[in-house]
Design a protein around this ligand. Sequence first.
Ligand code: PEP
Length: 237
Amino acid sequence: MIIGNWKMHKTSGEARQFIHSLIPFIQNISTSVFLAVPFTAISSCVEAAEGLKLIIGAQNMHDADEGAFTGEISASMLKEAGASFVILGHSERRQLFYETDAFINRKVRSALQSGLQPIVCIGETQEERALGKTQEVLTRQLKDSLFGLDLTRVVVAYEPIWAIGTGQAATPAIAQTVHAFIREPLPKKNIIISAGSVNPGNLTALLSEPDINGALVGGASLNVEDFAQLITLRNSL
Ligand code: PEP
């Protein structure tokens, strides 16, 4: 599973243009690729991706279906716009917008109820890693954000915060060790993907680890050539 996370980049028109440029690279792929785009680009991307193995999703949502939540968006709104999945609990949401595991838990529940595939992000800071708290932090995030939910329906993304946008990806060995730890309490077949400065230079080594089932890609998904290269590499495995 390769998921591009565009964050707050690309207007609806730019997004459509990106997909048109990507077509030659995804015409013959065997498994679908995923793109999490800004809310305003969902509809145009879904339209542009018609007939392609390209699945469009969102990067966040509120847990309520409607209400007085200025600036928020609900699962049913995303569904109607054509989104198939949603990233929840990204570290930027946790750190910049103070989202808690309890809030993320409600969002995951709402996504599942609405038929949106949740991609739940967890990850430790540099400081927590240095203090030997990685397992403790991940266990808490997993437990609290997935409490009471059908675990078989959740994709988990391990995003070490120190690796996001820094160019310093986790080594395959570090990522594998953490993925194996995350997998323990989850159903055996769950998809666990890796994130944090994933690029065409490190994807293959990451994906060759037994517990790494894909990648969530930020920066390298913004550029057609890089994203196409990631797709081609994944497709050749
Ligand atoms: C992300 O934040 O989802 C991410 C993976 O970012 P980057 O690849 O740029 O580190």
